[in-house]
Design a protein around this ligand. Structure first.
Ligand code: NAP
Length: 314
């Protein structure tokens, strides 16, 4: 009997074929009638495939009495009720490391595009505005100070790239990291007041909800920029939009939003804002590696081996 897996999202074709060979996969995300599917399969499901932004909470997991593992396609596990999993002894895996470099590339790409006006310039050319004169001057990235909120795997990869571009790096996190050479600000608002670019690279979830508050955004001020490749939930989006519309922030590069795929309408009209549709890890190579890690973790779980990348419940 093949083990039965409930899929809250699909993987790539290569890994879908691997899954189909070994498991019975129920695509809840594609079901016309999700309730009917859950009624039919819930009793036999032993693993769930999800991703960071999808809600995998107690309401669903309560209906899966034999659930032993949640495999997350992504490093962020903010959609998963982790305390619930821990209490029930449900293993959780995610996909760290394999996406780090790609997300850092997008973070730096957003920074350059926002400060130097690459996407604004592209629109300028396409609209025919170049016929009437040059694009207004932008600002250089070299010499700027980038403050990184969340100096983890991705934060560090961003930091080395930022330094290579001539920026000074400082950071804010909950714990000191003695091996790190960059200055740490124990207070986020104090860091915001001292930097040109706030780079948000911490996890989402309840612990960081609204961490980049109105106070932090105000501390950044009208000549500073905000770049977010973490989660929309980390930022007070209403305050961010207000600051951008009101000219109290110089610009923003945003890969993530509070209510994806919905983007606050006022941002769509702002030339100093670069918007990308949550593409931090979205290269073919990285998505393939992430999907493979999901399958490899599931294989390990069903073989009774240690997971390759277990979520480290504390
Ligand atoms: P990681 O290695 O766990 O790093 C997260 C860092 O954030 C840690 O250094 C952690 O340090 C810090 N942190 C946690 N809570 C914090 C808080 N309240 N205040 C300040 N710092 C805090 O994770 P990662 O692999 O770098 O990934 C980071 C996040 O990037 C993911 O969780 C995900 O949300 C996001 N992400 C986005 C994309 C995208 O497509 N845009 C793709 C992948 C990942 P302490 O625990 O010491 O505080």
């Amino acid at each position: 009997m093949k083990p039965e897996i409930l899929m809250l999202r699909g993987l790539l074709p290569r890994q879908t074929a691997q899954l189909d060979e070994q498991y019975v996969c129920h695509r809840l995300d594609l079901a016309d009638d999700r309730e009917a599917m859950l009624r039919d399969v819930a009793a036999d499901v032993t693993a769930v495939i999800t991703s960071g932004e999808i809600i995998c909470g107690a309401a669903l997991m309560d209906r899966l009495p034999r659930l032993g593992m949640v495999a997350c396609f992504g490093v962020g596990v903010d959609g998963i009720d982790l305390p619930y999993c821990q209490a029930r002894g449900i293993a959780v895996s995610n996909t760290p490391d394999v996406l780090t470099e790609d997300v850092a590339d997008i973070a730096i790409g957003l920074t350059i595009s926002t400060l130097r006006g690459i996407t604004a310039g592209d629109r300028y050319v396409r609209r025919g505005d170049w016929q009437h004169g040059p694009l207004p001057l932008s600002t250089r990235i070299g010499g700027k100070t980038m403050g990184i909120l969340g100096l983890g795997r991705i934060g560090k990869a961003i930091a080395t790239r930022a330094e290579a571009h001539g920026m000074t790096v400082v950071w804010h996190g909950r714990h000191d990291q003695p091996d790190v050479q960059w200055q740490r600000f124990p207070d986020l608002a104090a860091m915001a007041a001292a930097i040109d670019i706030l780079m948000i690279a911490c996890p989402g979830g309840p612990a960081t909800r609204g961490l980049v508050s109105r106070e932090v955004i105000d501390a950044l001020g009208p000549s500073s920029y905000l770049v977010n490749i973490s989660r929309g939930s980390v930022v007070d989006e209403t305050a961010l939009v207000g600051a951008l519309v009101g000219g109290r922030l110089a610009g923003a590069g945003l890969d993530v939003f509070a209510d994806e795929p919905n983007v606050p309408a006022p941002l769509l009209d702002l030339e100093n804002v670069v918007l990308t549709p949550h593409i931090g890890s979205a290269s073919r190579e990285t998505r393939d590696a992430m999907a493979q890690l999901v399958v490899d973790n599931l294989d390990a779980f069903y073989a009774g081996r240690p997971l390759l990348t277990p979520w480290p419940f504390s």
